[in-house]
Design a protein around this ligand. Sequence first.
Ligand code: FES
Ligand SMILES: [Fe+2]
Length: 417
Amino acid sequence: MDATLIERIKRDMHEQFERKGNPEGFPAFHDVPISRYISDEFWELEKKHLWSRVWVMAGREEDAANPGDYFTFDHLRVPIVVVRGNDRKLRAFYNTCQHRGAPVVREEKGCANQLRCQYHGWVYSIDSGELKSVPDERDFIGLCREEKFLTEISCESWQGWIWVNQDPDAAPLHEWFGVPFQQMEELCGSELRAVGPRVMDIPCNWKVTAEAFLEVYHFRFIHDRGGWSALDNRGASMGLLPNGCSRMVTPFSKKACELRGMKDWADFQTFKDPRFIDIPSVNDMIRSTSTAFSLFPNLISPVAAYGFPFIMFWPIDKSNTRLMWSHYAPKDWEGDELPPHWQQRMDEFDFIMDEDKWNMAPMQRSLESPAMKGVVVNYQERRIWHFHETVDRTIGIDHIPAHMRVAQVLGPYIEKD
Ligand code: FES
Ligand SMILES: [Fe+2]
């Protein structure tokens, strides 16, 4: 984040504390149609037009560090294999053999100088997906190898994280996420290691889970610590970024400031927990607030100087979601065993996630109740509206029946840099 942006956010936090209502002229939101969460029709639209068109994070560079290293990726419910070629370039292919459709590789990860299908041994190049050899080829009449390549999809990296996109017309990753990537650059992701992967299945629509991380309105209720909570949502600064992405900077509560030795929430300082080796480039505002980024559609990260999680929401079906997260930490210890301060950090974070799960798990049935007419989104929850607008634009507004859409109103409020 550059100094101008940091100053703008700090000013905005002051203004958020002081405002008496919504800014002059800010559009009123209609209720979000409930069918977006519970209907088969909307779920089918998302499967067909959204998940097949978005960039999603598939793994880390170190998961395929050397030529021939590969890993499979199935969270989109479409089998994909990511492999590093002999030229060291990462590529992603549909993991579907062009003979009779078996998954080419079955292991979660491995290393091979060619991809040999487990079923009848067709062999594909790791550099191009080219069909290199076919056992008993004489038995195939008119087999054209050039037509039987493994199908490649887009695959790009950013700061050690590998992303894939099935849409051949998708904008390049760094263009699509240009603004948030720039604001997150100081996290120096390439220098970090993944720790403590977690999986949590929640019986509700994936958008319900995403929304719970796009606002801080719930914080003092769901994350109550006996009459106090760590954050003060009244001062939260929301940044709407291009392509459905967003940023949220929330000041610490009075009690949290006391515990950290801060005079008040605006006492920005280079707070440093002596137990952690931190990421030195992280700015003082991130160290003295809760700052989070959302990368549309399914990745949220509450960032911090000592390391941070990436939380992802993968739809299992219309009413079930798999939450997966890993923390990314500076490499300040050897081996896989967590040092005590990191174990404590993970335990604290797991506790917060359990509180969110406790909140989200009963929501789907409640949303399906005849009592529920539509979802209300307020001004401080406007990242949720921004997210829904982008869902519609990604699906294609014309594909969505009018009664299921949300109004496209936040365009003028999106930060361009
Ligand atoms: S299905 Fe792959 S070689 Fe037959
Ligand atoms: Fe929460």
